[in-house]
Design a protein around this ligand. Structure first.
Ligand code: DAH
Length: 331
């Protein structure tokens, strides 16, 4: 009888593997586990087994029964999950909403700001994030002893081949690259990352984004500069935007000004510096091979994070880079 049980088990499992649909599965159940099935059919044989063998055979009978029932259930749930027995899933059900991603608020701000300047006729220019001293300092009229070149103000790269390299500290580098590439008239913006070893706080981070603007042509003046910047502010932030310019100093512009905007930082409204601007210094034009007697131009550089903070009421710059989905999903 033990041999017959083994045979029954292997027949049953073998056939179960060949079942392809729900009807086949049901026929299998009836054939093996049904009330007139092969397993039940073995029961009467038990009475012919000798007394001493009975416990062992009885135990084996139960084991086979349990094994077949388990195999049946496994096959049935596989079929329900859309297995070979056909799809038991209702594909017309609406389903659960997926956890979709969203655009980062900075990417969004960058696209919006570029769009406003594009409407004013500014094309997009680009430059590398790893720069040489010429584009980051020298061509921008920053002399060798200037503190802006200091090691503690910059991320210099060790062992740079072909002269000292650094992670650019300002997008003003792209002014030079754009002038090298194209003769005036020239009207471009460049948006990208810049790097400085600043201590992180609500308005500073060691990596941030700037937008650089450059307009060079015959007869460009300070009024054009002020008009473009105030137009931008009113267009992007609304008529009520409060912007101011105050005299400043940058080696690459003369005269120079700083641009401030009223913003809420940590529950308090205050003037926050958005960036700098001015008339391109004659030395910078000369470095790029442009005659300052013939052409003049203006330039500006603004912090993208601070623009986004003002636009979307974000009180702390560090939040942009913490990758907290609860924050990021709001935009
Ligand atoms: N590069 C300056 C900075 O990082 C910002 C700046 C000031 C850019 C004046 C300009 C400019 O183009 O004319 O702080």
């Amino acid at each position: 009888m033990l041999a017959e049980l083994e045979q029954l088990e292997s027949d049953a499992l073998g056939q179960l593997g060949e079942v392809t649909d729900a009807d086949g599965l049901e026929s299998w159940r009836i054939a093996y586990l049904g009330s007139k099935g092969r397993l039940k059919g073995m029961m009467p044989l038990l009475k012919d087994v000798s007394r001493e063998d009975k416990p062992a055979v009885g135990k084996r009978l139960n084991e086979v029964k349990t094994a077949l029932e388990a195999a049946f259930e496994a096959r049935q749930s596989a079929a329900l999950a859309g297995g070979a027995a056909g799809p038991a899933i209702d594909v017309t059900e609406p389903g659960l909403p997926g956890g979709g991603g969203c655009r980062h608020v900075l990417s969004r701000t960058i696209a919006e700001v570029a769009e406003v300047f594009a409407r004013m006729g500014f094309a997009i220019a680009e430059g590398p994030e790893v720069e040489d001293e010429w584009h980051n300092f020298t061509a921008l009229n920053i002399p060798p002893e200037h503190p802006a070149r200091d090691e503690i103000e910059n991320f210099y790269l060790a062992g740079s081949e072909g002269g000292l390299k650094l992670l650019r500290s300002q997008t003003s580098t792209v002014q030079i690259r754009a002038m090298e590439r194209q003769r005036p008239p020239l009207r471009v913006t460049a948006i990208g990352r810049v790097y400085r070893p600043d201590t992180h706080d609500a308005t500073h981070f060691s990596m941030f984004h700037q937008i650089e603007g450059l307009y060079i042509d015959r007869g460009v003046n300070m009024v054009d500069l002020k008009t473009v910047l105030f137009q931008f502010a009113r267009n992007y932030f609304g008529e009520e935007a409060e912007v101011r310019m105050r005299p400043g100093f940058f080696p690459f512009t003369e005269p120079s000004a700083e641009i401030d905007m009223k913003m809420r930082v940590k529950d308090e409204w205050m003037w926050v510096e958005l960036g700098g601007c001015g008339m391109v210094h004659p030395n910078v034009l000369t470095s790029a091979g442009i005659d300052p007697e013939e052409f003049t131009g203006f330039a500006f550089g603004l912090g993208i994070e601070r623009i986004a903070m003002r636009k979307y009421g974000i009180p702390d710059l560090r939040w942009f880079f913490e990758n907290d989905a609860r924050f990021l999903r709001q935009f």
